[in-house]
Design a protein around this ligand. Structure first.
Ligand SMILES: Cc1cc2nc3c(=O)[nH]c(=O)nc-3n(C[C@H](O)[C@H](O)[C@H](O)COP(=O)(O)OP(=O)(O)OC[C@H]3O[C@@H](n4cnc5c(N)ncnc54)[C@H](O)[C@@H]3O)c2cc1C
Length: 379
């Protein structure tokens, strides 16, 4: 219905369907009937890695998922807050995968604890699903002050706190503080919801772009993902959102801690941002979170050791079969397409699994891989 009217709540329909299935014991492990003897290492346990691993295990391959964090799940576990997606959803899927025979190796930083070369020789194929968490920074005067963090330095602690996994207080805590978040996207909204839950004195979210319209603009017809004004559950709770503003400077308290932020209003002229003269002002900021997007996968030891080529945007380059420039090494999810959405990560993981299966055994029992560039790889 998004073609010519408001969309129906497809998400709710799908959610209800799968919840009913779990509640009625219909989602059970589906182990393979026979093993192929082929081995695969999946690096990264986010939605892309998990989706690829599940398909490949069910196809009869022996699959080990490596994850550098203490627990499996990628951004589903440590990025997206509990109030937006409960971790029990991830846990029950992991339990199903364990029942099918997928092996999980958490706490292993591939490239450091085990080299890319070792991995390559030990396994018949490698799937890189390492995400795109190389964050964008903001180098304006005062950046060196304490109290300015990247969103992903903050959110994992908030998640652990929300799940009562911390013995004491989290090391970055918004309690009683004036919080400013730079970046008006989902990551910023997650910081906002977390800061509110920790009892922040105030939370302000800044966005350089003007406030979007509430209706789909005519220039972005269906099926384009429209840039419209969105209100997340966190935004409904509290906090202020400022649009068309840019950060000029972080102001310190003289003892090395941030205490305010100097901003200026912006306008979009001839395709670039310009400052509105005389619009500078200061807002209190004891704690600042940078949520300004990501610049592809981290250029880690693993990427260097495997010597996989990167594309011009800094993502791991792949062909239409998810193959990297190195024979037997595949890539899926954010690591190949840049920071995106869970649905894309799952779709890519499944499709990449089909490509790996084809590479290993030729005739694949899995649905044919759909090229990452294909429009039909949508879910
Ligand atoms: C704060 C935040 C909120 C988001 N909210 C939403 C949302 O509401 N809805 C939505 O659809 N999408 C959301 N996204 C985007 C979504 O989370 C990602 O697109 C998705 O998780 C990508 O999946 P992935 O499997 O490719 O990578 P990731 O989920 O990033 O997983 C990659 C994993 O690889 C591991 N890894 C990396 N290098 C190594 C190594 N050398 N050795 C071992 N392990 C390694 C990492 O630790 C990580 O666990 C959000 C993203 C962020 C940052």
């Amino acid at each position: 219905m998004g073609i010519n009217a408001d969309p129906v709540t497809i998400k709710q329909v799908e959610l209800r369907t799968i919840e009913e299935a779990f509640n009625n014991g219909l989602v059970v492990p589906l182990p393979p009937d026979r093993l192929t003897g082929k081995t695969i290492a999946v690096v990264g346990s986010g939605p892309a890695g998990l989706a690829a691993a599940q398909q490949l295990t069910r196809a009869g391959h022996t699959v080990a998922v490596y994850e550098r964090a203490e627990r499996i799940g990628g951004l589903l576990r440590y990025g997206i807050p509990e109030f937006k997606m409960e971790k029990s959803i991830v846990d029950r899927r992991i339990a199903q995968m364990e029942g099918e025979g997928t092996r999980f190796r958490a706490g292993v930083n591939v490239g450091v604890d085990i080299t890319g070369h070792e991995l390559r020789t030990r396994y018949d194929a490698v799937v890189l699903a390492v995400g795109a968490t190389h964050w964008r920074d903001l180098n304006v005067p005062g950046r060196e002050n304490k109290g300015i963090y990247q969103a992903m330095e903050y959110l994992p602690w908030g998640n652990k706190q929300g799940l009562q996994e911390l013995a004491g207080e989290p090391p970055i805590n918004a309690h009683g503080k004036h919080v400013v978040i730079l970046g008006g996207g989902d990551t910023g909204a997650d910081c906002l919801g977390t800061a509110i839950r920790q009892g922040a004195a105030s939370v302000t979210q800044l966005e350089i772009m003007p406030r979007p319209t509430e209706e789909r603009p005519a220039t972005q017809p269906w099926p384009t993902y429209p840039m419209i004004y969105r209100v997340s559950s966190a935004h409904e709770e509290a906090g202020e959102r400022l649009y068309a503003v840019s950060t000029e400077e972080f102001i310190g308290d003289g003892a090395g801690n941030v205490k305010a932020l100097k901003l200026v209003e912006t306008q979009f002229v001839d395709g670039k941002f310009e400052k509105v003269p005389g619009s500078e002002r200061e807002i209190p900021a004891d704690l600042v979170f940078l949520a300004m997007g990501f610049l592809g996968p981290e250029k880690s030891e693993l990427i260097q050791q495997l010597e996989v080529e990167l594309d011009p945007r800094g993502n791991v380059k792949r062909d239409d079969h998810f193959a990297t420039s190195v024979e037997g090494v595949f890539v899926c999810g954010d690591a190949g397409r840049g920071q995106s959405l869970i649905v894309w990560a799952i779709a890519e993981g499944r499709s990449a699994a089909a490509a790996v299966d084809e590479f290993l055994v030729g005739e694949t029992g899995l649905p044919a891989p759909i090229a990452p560039t294909s429009k039909s790889l949508t879910v």
